[in-house]
Design a protein. Sequence first.
Length: 624
Amino acid sequence: MRLLKTIIMAVVACTTAWAQPRYDFTRLQTERLNRGVVAVRTTDGKVAVSWRTLKSDRKGEPFDIYRNGKKLNTKPLTKGGTFYIDNDVKSEADVTYAVKGGGIDGEYVLRAEAKPGYHTIALQKPEGGTTPDGRPYQYSANDASIADVDGDGQYEIVLKWDPTNARDNAHAGFTGPTLFDCYRLDGTRLWRIDMGHNIRSGAHYVPFIFYDLNGDGRAELIVRTSDGTRDALGNVIGNAEADYREKEPGRYQGRILHSTDYISVFDGLTGKVLDSKPYIPQRGNPQEWGDDNANRSDRMLAAVGYLDGQHASAIFCRGYYTRTVIAAWDWDGQQLREHWTFDTNQPEWRSYAGQGNHNLRVADVDGDGCDEITYGSMAVDHDGRGLYNTGFGHGDAMHLIADPQDNQLYIWDCHENKRDGSDLRNARTGEVVFQVKSRTDVGRCMAADIDPTNPGCEMWSSDSHGIRTMKGDVLYAAKDADDPQHDNALVLNGRWLSVNFGIWWDGDLLRELLDRETVTKYDWKNHSIVNVQKFEGVRFNNGTKSNPCLQADMLGDWREEVMVKNRESTELRIYTTTIPTDYRIDCLMHDVPYRLSVAYQNVGYNQPPEPGYYIGPDKKDYLK
């Protein structure tokens, strides 16, 4: 009888846990944000003012809006979005907008020279250089991340500069060094770090985490380094004279087959190196990773997660085609300490080898208050032990989605093995809900709520045979496409349904799509694609992967911003929507899985940030 009662209580606990908050915010060391006011001109000469709804705000929190000290609203703004259109502003001079309410006020200075739709940050573009074989290179702004380096509640930006000769692991050749800059939103550059010539440049070599790791309110930068990395103060890590690059012409030239790697943490405000430890694992013999040219041994991923339910741990990885090693690190403000290491060379985890993606997802998937790591087709528990393994192998993309009924989490994943296609599985157990097998390399997939007639999110891939429901049914049949110029998009009435980024941009609760400098929307009534906004004069990164420098809820209300370089890499632009909304939702950066996915968005093949709860028309209890 006692055993039966125990089983019943366990079942009840499992089925009700998903309705409860996954994280104990009284213990969790998270960042403290300000009001995040932003003001941008519209194309018709008005000004759109937007600000954050914070977790501390009450439902219907009243706000007042001021322009140059003059109150604009006649009654407190208690309903609708935290968004206001100023219809009567002059553009000849700077204008200061202030938002007051909720015990946390904020302001934004709109410059007279500001262009419609975006905030501008001037960049200090690095000088180019010449490789040992005499080939010149220049620099281009690439991935970025945001965090608060001084505790004032406002985000700063870390920007990665890629040389124009950056290379994928599959290709030989010298590259220039990767550089990191930190900027304030007003364009002030705080520091520059030079990774040195012993860290190759490309999408897989230097994933970085910019996050407050010790809970003091000030963010750090943590990244893999090597001998010759130079911090912002000129301090050199390791041996400044070491040069591990292969010099002889041929298939190894420019590659780094043997080196000493470190994990290093830098002060977010000054760029000073604070501590370095040997990277786990060292490369060792490249052939132990599956080839002899450091292609597979130099596949790196990184993330951050609350593995103990309270403190943020940095997660740095090596390998996913064969051997996989995931090392968690803690920073206490004085030194780095290994938290745990998961290694598929360990006999009990040997079957987990070869299951990694070009990206990962971190969230509390089992309701214990601690984060787990979904690493492609397998997952690792918060304690560093294997959680499950589907055996479906390597893939390029995956998405975290929540069921509107109970916020239980699922993973939508795609695979390259020309067998397993794509699958939706329970993020806690790995149990497959449905699978669309394929004889092709399913290169990309996407999940978002784009159709209000179907409960929950919709899913699609390059070989899903149309848009799928969370039960696996075909909601709308569409032509599968295999076009390298569109990275395996889906064809609807002659237009591409993007499998790249999802973004909340217009005023409703459905998610739009972001690809190739354009926001598009699925027209669920006519099963077609419509353009919402085209960003002119800018360029997305990484070729057919076509990702912005960063997409996140950086400023303003709950809708997301797009940070992108101009074509010359002389400025960053933060585009924010000027479309009104009737909805109030807490700043998405307050949601732990969303905030973490912003922190590791730069990793490998960039993926959009995704929250740990459902946002959409099927459930609205998160509205304020």
